[in-house]
Design a protein around this ligand. Structure first.
Ligand SMILES: [Zn+2]
Length: 408
């Protein structure tokens, strides 16, 4: 029963979350994130981006699971990569839903994503690492990023985008580290049931836009309202807006903060609208994201990442974890029982018999027979015992096993 309840709690904690989008990046950036000044470049190999160059980012997805459900399929992971490659290239089918007023500033960022084919150690990989955890859930405190804390260590964040998929406590769908933080924490965390479009995904976050949004943060973008009333996201072409939008607003959504009658760009990936109602980045957001890869930019080293080139891999892949199967309890059995003279103690499920003391007690609790077991299948001659009911005890403490015995 205990495991049933702990499973139920885990599901309640990370699955039946609010129907309204939540993102913990701003809170994380304010309370946990520690900016570091170093720029991750490959010394001697720096170069600028070429205009219109397609920047491809190798991705490793760390699937951290306690339950079968949380161990999402390769296909679910792949469905997320497909969404990213559509959304960041403006190849998403719902791009047509961007209102005419915003069509001219909706951008193809020319950024793409590939599942890594080579590990940092040069071994082949699918770009998916599966790690079993004994934790029911994770808080937004980065424990999922450390093997020692029940998660999985980051891969070199100069070459890989690390995405951790796990059971996140509370209402948060995910969070990202802003650019320029601690290398071993760098990346994005997404709740397992809002990742991808196929498999275990829950509406209205079943179109993979949580990862699009969080990777937008990872690439330096802020929420459109700048996380304060009528604040700025430091991007020129996204209109100022009062606060976040949620659900599926209809155009135009105008407030006292709006610059003109077009109102909020609620269909931008950096708002809080439902997955089905967001469909674009802006030209200004594109420039901001791409600037990280330029010469001197924090993510310049990605121009020299070849982690999606499988020809560079050698050796065997890293094995994945599975949910440990509970081992059956070691036991003993007695036969024949009832017994006339000789009884045999047979170990079951690898119970270790040799060296243990086997005692027989009568119903008054008095020991009437004792012998140290010397073989894996112990024989005892009980022909001298009077007829009656006895208790056989093998071993002591946690190892103790007891069986009732009838002597004829
Ligand atoms: Zn956010």
């Amino acid at each position: 029963m205990r495991s049933f309840f702990s499973l139920f709690c885990a599901m309640a904690i990370c699955q039946f979350a609010s129907a309204q989008r939540t993102c913990s990046t701003e809170q994380y950036a304010r309370t946990i994130f520690k900016p570091q000044s170093q720029v991750s470049v490959d010394r001697g190999r720096e170069r600028d981006t070429i205009p219109n160059e397609i920047i491809t980012i190798p991705v490793v997805v760390h699937v951290i699971f306690k339950t079968t459900e949380q161990n999402i399929s390769d296909d679910q992971v792949l469905s997320q990569i497909q969404v990213l490659n559509k959304d960041f290239r403006r190849l998403n089918a719902d791009a047509v839903n961007t209102p005419a007023a915003f069509q001219s500033i909706a951008a193809d960022s020319r950024i793409m994503f590939c599942l890594a084919q080579v590990t940092p150690e040069g071994r082949p990989t699918k770009g998916i690492v599966r790690r079993y955890t004994d934790k029911d859930f994770f808080l937004g405190d980065d424990a999922m990023k450390y093997t020692a804390a029940g998660g999985d260590d980051a891969w070199d964040s100069k070459k890989y985008l690390n995405i951790w998929v796990c059971c996140l406590f509370g209402r948060s769908l995910g969070y990202a580290t802003p650019p320029g933080g601690q290398p071993d924490l760098d990346g994005v965390v997404i709740n397992f049931d809002v990742f991808g479009t196929r498999g275990i995904v829950r509406a209205p976050f079943n179109l993979g836009r949580t990862a699009t949004h969080e990777i937008g943060h990872w690439l330096g973008l802020k929420h459109l309202w700048g996380d304060i009333s009528c604040g700025s996201d430091d991007v020129d072409d996204t209109p100022r807006q009062m606060g976040y939008n949620y659900g599926c607003p209809s155009f135009p959504h105008v407030t006292s903060c709006s610059e003109n009658g077009n109102g909020d760009m609620f269909m931008n990936f950096m708002d809080f609208s439902d997955d089905a109602c967001m469909n674009s980045f802006s030209n200004g957001q594109k420039r901001k994201m791409r600037s990280l890869f330029a010469l001197g930019g924090i993510k310049n080293s990605f121009l020299n990442s070849f982690a999606c080139d499988s020809t560079l891999a050698s050796g065997g892949p890293i094995p994945d974890d599975t949910i440990p199967v509970a081992k059956p309890r070691p036991e003993i059995m007695l036969y024949p029982n009832p017994v006339q003279s000789e009884v045999i103690i047979q170990p079951v499920n690898d119970y270790e018999l040799i060296g243990k003391v086997c005692s027989i007690f009568n119903v008054q609790g008095k020991r009437v027979f004792q012998q140290t077991c010397t073989s894996a299948k112990q024989k005892m001659n009980l022909s001298d015992l009077p007829s009656g009911v006895y208790i056989l005890q093998v071993g002591t403490g946690n190892d103790k096993r007891i069986q009732k015995l009838l002597k004829l």
